[in-house]
Design a protein around this ligand. Structure first.
Ligand code: CMP
Length: 136
């Protein structure tokens, strides 16, 4: 079933010059880019996006990180796109993520883990509306 998912290439991806590498993995897999934007977000947008995490201990430094510089927000579309993107991203903690995944190959951090992918169809709908409210 074709799905859409919200993906972020977080500020560490941009700072490290890995946008092409990471985007290339999604494109090579066969996912289609249906929206893409390069932007720096404020704390309110971070709080909206990470609404389920705002009370967690790890959230304040995560908010500082995701607002620390430009990121790339995109919507990807394809068969089972939500699970496919999560598999390509790998486990949250880059130190534990499997080799072959984006985080497993390119991240050594639990916070600066390069990418975000929606974790369910409900999250994808909610997140796409936050980042791309005008997307048909
Ligand atoms: P993401 O997939 O964007 O979803 C929540 C983010 O919080 C996660 O990627 C990490 O960047 C960050 N995160 C999750 N757990 C921790 C943790 N224990 N310590 C630091 N950052 C975390």
């Amino acid at each position: 079933m074709s799905q859409r998912t919200l993906v972020l290439l977080k500020p560490d991806t941009v700072r490290r010059g890995l946008v092409g590498e990471v985007l290339g993995r999604f494109e090579a897999k066969g996912l289609s880019i249906v929206a893409l934007d390069f932007r720096t977000i404020d704390a309110d947008t971070a709080d909206q996006h990470y609404a389920e995490h705002v009370e967690r201990d790890f959230y304040p430094p995560l908010r500082d990180f995701v607002t620390s510089g430009p990121l790339v927000a995109l919507v990807l579309e394809g068969d089972e796109a939500i699970e496919v993107v999560r598999a390509l991203n790998g486990a949250t903690d880059g130190r534990k993520a499997a080799p072959g995944t984006i985080r497993g190959d390119l991240s050594l951090s639990n916070r600066e883990n390069l990418v975000h992918g929606s974790d369910s169809p409900e999250s994808a709908d909610r997140e796409i509306k936050i980042w791309f409210p005008d997307l048909p």
